[in-house]
Design a protein around this ligand. Structure first.
Ligand code: SAM
Length: 283
């Protein structure tokens, strides 16, 4: 089978894969880049057994990112495996907004809460090396992956391991920017992506399944305790495509947020996906 034939075979079978992903699969198989593939389109593939093996895995719904152990996020390659959520493209928008906010406050303290593979905090550190960035997650295996990514990208960041806000509270840490992409998936939702069956449950679902916004309730109740007072702060928080109204309700009944600027953002598909809350708390 030629590379060209393999391309069309993948395209026909996996109609939801875009061309970029199919090229990534062929790049992974050949060990060559896209230019080489196009120049050698008519050449027979040398590793048909590997192609067959990957094809079978993909047919079972197994995500390509776990096969290649890589996910590109805002142009940088991050190591991923089954101990972490596969970073979603829409999270790039949240990180771009964080990067924009930090232009005004380039050397402040940043917390990436529920950090997983580290994509949010590590990309922020790359864009603003003057910031002190902390990555916090309950999952020790996820923290190992985040540390591996920090080392690979040569980034000096701090790590906290523990339950949500607890490690920051215990260590009396205060931050100006807090990003958070917590587990918020509703288990009854039929629209969740196919990859979720292979991803860690604790990265997707809150501990109380009847309460998808479990982490938001805790966050809005307690996060002010870890915000640096007397200085501008921002919270950038990702949520599910159908959760904006519920998040709004929690925000509007949170008294310490009165007077803050609140902006909701949509993804490329026009779905509401994250909120930015800016303000300053009195000392
Ligand atoms: C939706 S994933 C986000 C991962 C990464 N920030 C991203 O955007 O790809 C949620 C993360 O929250 C972590 N997590 C789950 N329960 C937690 C808890 N109680 N405290 C801290 N982190 C938790 C999971 O281990 C997982 O890494």
């Amino acid at each position: 089978m030629t590379y060209q034939k393999a391309f069309w075979e993948l395209k026909k079978t996996f109609s939801d894969f875009n061309d970029g992903l199919i090229y990534q699969i062929l790049e992974f198989l050949s060990g060559e880049n896209k230019t080489w593939l196009i120049e050698n389109w008519e050449k027979p593939m040398t590793n048909l057994a590997k192609f067959a093996e990957i094809y079978k895995l993909l047919l079972s719904g197994y995500p390509f990112a776990y096969i290649s152990k890589n996910k590109t996020f805002l142009g940088h390659d991050f190591y991923v495996d089954e101990s972490v959520l596969i970073p979603r493209d829409e999270t790039e928008l949240l990180v771009q907004e964080a990067t924009k906010w930090l232009k005004q406050y380039p050397d402040c303290k940043v917390l990436d809460l529920c950090s997983g593979s580290g994509i949010i905090g590590l990309t922020i550190k790359m864009n603003h090396p003057g910031c002190q960035v902390t990555l916090s997650d309950l999952s020790a295996p996820a923290q190992i992956i985040a540390a591996k990514n920090a080392q690979k990208l040569n980034l000096d960041v701090a790590f906290l391991t523990g339950d949500f806000l607890e490690p920051s509270l215990e260590n009396h840490q205060k931050y100006n920017l807090i990003t958070c992409n917590p587990p918020y998936v509703d288990k009854t939702d039929k629209e969740v992506g196919a990859s979720t069956i292979f991803e860690p449950e604790m990265a997707l679902y809150p501990p109380d399944l009847s309460q998808p916004l479990y982490f938001y309730e805790i966050l809005f109740r307690d996060v002010f305790k870890i915000i640096n007072k007397g200085k501008p702060f921002a919270l950038l928080l990702e949520f599910g495509y159908d959760q904006k109204e519920k998040i709004e309700k929690i925000i509007f009944r949170t008294s310490w947020l009165k007077g803050s600027n609140i902006t909701f953002f949509q993804d490329w598909a026009g779905k509401w996906r994250f909120v930015k809350i800016e303000g300053e708390l009195k000392e």
